[in-house]
Design a binder for this molecule. Sequence first.
Ligand code: SIN
Length: 278
Amino acid sequence: MRIEPVAGGLGAEISEVDLARLDDAQFAQIRRAFTDHLVLFVRRQQLQPEQQVAVTRRFGPVLRVPYVAHLQEHPDIIAVLKEADERQISTFGNAWHSDFSFLEEPPAGSLLHALEVPPYGGDTLWSNMYMAYETLSEGMRRMLDGLKAVHTGKPYGKEGGAGIKGSRSIQITRGDPAADRETAHPVVRTHPESGRKALFVNAIYTTRFEGMTEAESRPLLDFLFEHAIRPEFTCRFRWSPGALAIWDNRCTLHYAVNDYDGSRRLLHRTTFAGERPA
Ligand code: SIN
């Protein structure tokens, strides 16, 4: 098995491996690479849905996230789909975020497996939240270390819909008041495996700092959202059919680029459970 970094910030491509037939030693190597590189890419995998779920389960208990319809015949999988005729709509994941950070125990990681990709466009970007934290000034780090931020599922709540307006290919619940429930997490979380500190706020789900209003929080949150996605912290993945990405939501953000109107894009997503951020 070969493991080669794809960028200075994060990400590694793994080759010469068949994820459907991993032995324990190979999986241990992949697990270490996951901790070191934060997002892994493996091309040319022929994973049936149940095989993707089995790979996911090796990383942790499979989690079914709320508000997004899962496949009827494979209830652990979300089809991330945009049809060729769905022009000028918003798409799933088209803003920097960590998956479902508003849950009390947000998912530790996610797997995305490409089935159909556009001839160009539809890339996904990731950003390294350890670097985002470590490159802040000492004074800023000290201040953030003591803060909590409030996260809500607002795209699915009373005023929701903005992020996925117009899509008929992915069924999202909107208008559910339960999604507006506030959950506070540390602004800086310590990764349970690496022991490193990572910035844990994102533009989709983080609304304010605990104990402050949205207006008071906005300038510093906007600074952090901007800082967190400096190009040096990021990598970009060009999908090919059969490619699979596995990322750690505890120390990365990601962004799905919506630049492929006129082409079909279909990926299968699974998620594995995480702990309460601390
Ligand atoms: C997601 O945010 O999980 C979707 C990413 C993508 O479609 O590239």
